[in-house]
Ligand binder design. Structure first.
Ligand SMILES: NC(=O)c1ccc[n+]([C@@H]2O[C@H](COP(=O)([O-])OP(=O)(O)OC[C@H]3O[C@@H](n4cnc5c(N)ncnc54)[C@H](O)[C@@H]3O)[C@@H](O)[C@H]2O)c1
Ligand SMILES: O=c1ccn([C@@H]2O[C@H](COP(=O)(O)OP(=O)(O)O[C@H]3OC[C@@H](O)[C@H](O)[C@H]3O)[C@@H](O)[C@H]2O)c(=O)[nH]1
Length: 314
């Protein structure tokens, strides 16, 4: 199987590549423009005969002969996707069109990593895939939320019109080793702050909730979706739900009990609650997460300690 992973130099992408490369029958090609990803995430595969890395921006067409496309390319952290919103929407719309064009041309199956952000600030809780969402079309997050919603539409239009084999995963907040230290998402921020002895920045009101999925569970879900018979969209996320204040307290307890917790201003349109309904995911993919937050955080702590050069006190 020859497999293209767009965005494969990023956080989830590089863990996916590790798993795909474990199968000796797979050849993996990564296309990435290194906006938020880096070659270092793939260093163990560079030079491997079954692996290829291409510097490529998905807003430009790409022609490679492949059987499957995992289409992940897109900045995922709010600070990065809001940094150049026009580029973010181009990546979601033109980038997905280009990858669908490629899938059509070479007859490949294509999986899109969509997001829980398609549910916006949800009025239904937890969120089943049948919920259409509550998204601000002109807000500062729209380049990402609406971009992914259009990307889902394009996937289904290519499927209905051209018979392309599609898979859509709606991913909920995922964390783990190799996240950018300055990624800006909440788990990486709190762990880096705790290790540096800086106050944990809980954005107000602190009662907003998220559900956090460990990256190995996520990769397992994505591969099951690609290999299975269902198009999705399907939620992949851990239904454990935490307020941001609870998350800060857990990080403090596990990593640095001496650290302060500060309340800081939030950004516009921050969703107040998010939790996946994974009834369909269990039934259709036979998938449910294995790693609890309290077990995943120490695994990420270890990686952040090494990269920040902060040793554990004996
Ligand atoms: N991590 C999460 O919590 C989460 C949640 C929901 C959805 N997702 C989706 O999963 C995917 C991967 O997320 P991640 O957390 O690994 O993010 P990430 O930022 O670490 O990885 C994204 C990768 O895409 C690359 N990229 C960005 N724009 C590109 C372009 N125009 N052309 C080529 N490459 C480009 C980046 O350089 C990076 O390597 C994204 O599509 C994201 O929307 C992630
Ligand atoms: O330092 C921080 C950072 C963030 N937060 C809060 O933590 C919550 C989660 O924020 P994150 O930046 O981790 O990201 P979000 O959960 O809002 O969105 C994420 O999930 C869906 C994915 O598509 C995206 O990868 C990402 O946008 C928000 O309520 C935010 O206000 C803090 O309290 N402190």
């Amino acid at each position: 199987m020859r497999i293209l992973v767009t965005g494969g130099a990023g956080f989830i992408g590089s863990h996916l590549v590790d798993r795909l490369m474990e199968n000796e029958k797979n050849e993996v090609i990564v296309a990435d423009n290194y906006f938020t990803g880096c070659k270092d995430n793939l260093r163990k595969w560079i030079g491997h005969p079954r692996f290829e890395l291409i510097r490529h921006d998905v807003t430009e067409p790409l022609l490679v002969e492949v059987d499957q496309i995992y289409h992940l390319a897109c900045p995922a952290s709010p600070i990065f996707y809001k940094y150049n919103p026009v580029k973010t929407i181009k990546t979601n719309v033109i980038g997905t069109l280009n990858m669908l064009g490629l899938a059509k041309r070479v007859g490949a199956r294509i999986l899109l990593t969509s997001t829980s952000e398609v549910y916006g600030d949800p009025l239904v809780h937890p969120q089943p895939e049948s919920y259409w969402g509550n998204v601000n079309p002109i807000g500062v997050r729209s380049c990402y939320d609406e971009g992914k919603r259009v990307a889902e539409t394009l996937m289904f239009d290519y499927h209905r019109q051209h018979g392309i084999e599609i898979r859509i995963a709606r991913i909920f907040n995922t964390y783990g080793p190799r996240m950018n230290i300055d990624d800006g998402r909440v788990v990486s921020n709190f762990i880096a702050q705790a290790l540096r002895g800086e106050p944990l920045t809980v954005q107000k009101p602190g009662t907003q909730t998220r559900s956090f999925c460990y990256v190995s569970d996520m990769v397992d879900g994505l591969i099951r979706l690609m290999e299975g018979e269902n198009t999705g969209p399907i939620n992949i996320g851990n239904p454990g739900e935490f307020t941001m204040t609870e998350l800060a307290e857990t990080v403090k307890e596990l990593i640095n009990p001496g650290v302060e917790i500060n309340m800081v201003e939030n950004t516009p349109d921050d969703p107040r609650q998010r939790k996946p309904d994974i009834t369909n995911t269990k039934a259709l993919l036979g998938w449910e997460p294995k790693v609890k937050l309290r077990d995943g955080l120490p695994l990420m702590e270890e990686d952040f300690r090494q990269r920040l050069g902060v040793a554990k006190k004996k």
